[in-house]
Design a binder for this molecule. Structure first.
Ligand SMILES: C[S@@+](CC[C@H](N)C(=O)[O-])C[C@H]1O[C@@H](n2cnc3c(N)ncnc32)[C@H](O)[C@@H]1O
Length: 359
């Protein structure tokens, strides 16, 4: 991958490109990073690159000419030009993954008041690293470049980022290292058990719990994406008085339908599983709400909902989904209820204070 960064302050990148994983990726020729000084493209005799805004107002605005020319000098068919701006789409891990598959990224770093609006026309994408305003696009482009480079094949072991937070819309599970006990705090027994199946299960569950506690919004996103099942299912809506077989022989005497939906039985099973997952996520959202109230009055709502879901699965879907899946999903619901019940256990204030943790 090649990365070109158009900036007025190339020296800001010295530490970034010469340290740790980025340095090693460059040394191993997995990524080639160049800083290009926008000023070098100025046609002005004083190398001027900015001017005052039309219409008045404070600050200086980067001019079109040096940036248009700089981009033109390096852009190829496989280049993606990215403008760093707080007005861009909010950067996230999914975008990082997509960018890591590109061959050539060109970042444009604004500075001062910003850039001439017409610069937007030569960009393929506008990225913001968050809802706050920095003095320039240098730090944002380093943030994006760093997160993209670590995902480029070979830069780090792919196992190290496959469980990263935000993959599959989950936060990463907790990790521990030596010693086994520190200041009275012990490493969970399961991690010392050597039983990899159990360790995997524990990690999955911790990652899920953590996501519910800290970022329930990620789970919501997940259910929306999954529920659309794009590309996996086809519904044939036939609005007619019959079906025309392929040979065009009309047999309206055989069947008369207004709206026919044909669903592959395998996909049907997936749709049901997807619905069950969505219902479980709804249950988790309810749990979040009830836990927030800090009263026990609504506990019954959670327990009722869990029971309702379990009987729906047993009575309606057991035949379609099979024993194993039903067993697994019922266990999952029981586990969630157990977690819910245990988080309602009364912990005296002084113990919370002593441990320095708040619930
Ligand atoms: C002071 S900012 C200009 C902000 C501009 N007046 C606005 O409100 O949209 C200067 C430059 O810093 C960069 N920048 C600042 N905050 C950023 C953010 N959150 N994400 C990406 N780039 C940012 C952009 O390149 C921007 O042109």
């Amino acid at each position: 991958m090649k990365i070109d960064i158009l900036t007025l302050f190339p020296e800001m990148f010295d530490g970034f490109i010469n340290t740790s994983i980025i340095k090693s990726a460059r040394n191993r020729k997995l990524v080639d990073i160049n800083m290009i000084n926008i000023r070098n493209f100025s046609l002005d005799k004083h190398s001027k690159v900015d001017d005052t805004p039309y219409g008045g107002g404070s600050g200086m605005v980067l001019m079109c000419q040096p940036i248009f020319d700089a981009v033109k000098s390096i852009k190829k068919d496989n280049s993606k030009v990215i403008l760093m701006t707080p007005q861009g789409i909010k950067y996230n891990q999914k975008i990082a993954y997509n960018l890591s598959k590109e061959e050539h990224l060109i970042f444009i770093c604004g500075h001062y008041e910003g850039f001439d609006e017409r610069i937007r026309t030569i960009c393929d994408m506008e990225l913001s690293i968050g809802d706050y305003v920095l003095t320039g696009g240098e730090l944002p482009s380093m943030v994006v470049a760093d997160s993209v480079i670590r995902l480029v094949d070979g830069v780090i072991d792919s196992d190290s980022h496959s469980n990263d937070s935000f993959n599959n819309n989950r936060l990463d599970y907790p990790t521990y290292t030596k010693p086994r006990e520190y200041a009275g705090m012990k490493v969970p027994d399961v991690l010392l058990s050597g039983d990899h199946k159990k360790i995997d299960e524990w990690r999955k569950e911790e990652s899920r719990k953590r996501t519910i506690e800290r970022r329930p919004d990620l789970l919501k996103k997940y259910s929306v994406v999954r529920s659309t099942l794009k590309g996996n299912i086809e519904l044939f809506n036939i609005d007619c008085n019959g079906i025309n077989p392929k040979n065009n022989a009309k047999r309206t005497d055989m069947i008369s339908v207004k709206n026919l939906k044909i669903v592959d039985s395998y996909l049907n099973e997936n749709v049901i599983k997807n619905n069950i997952e969505k219902k479980i996520e709804k249950l988790l959202m309810l749990i979040m709400k009830v836990l927030d109230t800090e009263s026990t009055d609504d506990d019954i709502l959670v327990l009722d909902e869990a029971e309702r879901l379990k009987s729906l699965i047993i009575n309606k879907y057991k035949k379609i989904l099979g024993e194993d899946y039903v067993k697994y999903i019922l266990k999952k619901i029981d586990y969630i209820v157990l977690q819910f019940k245990s988080s309602k256990i009364y912990i005296p204030e002084e113990i919370i204070e002593k441990s320095g943790k708040s619930r």
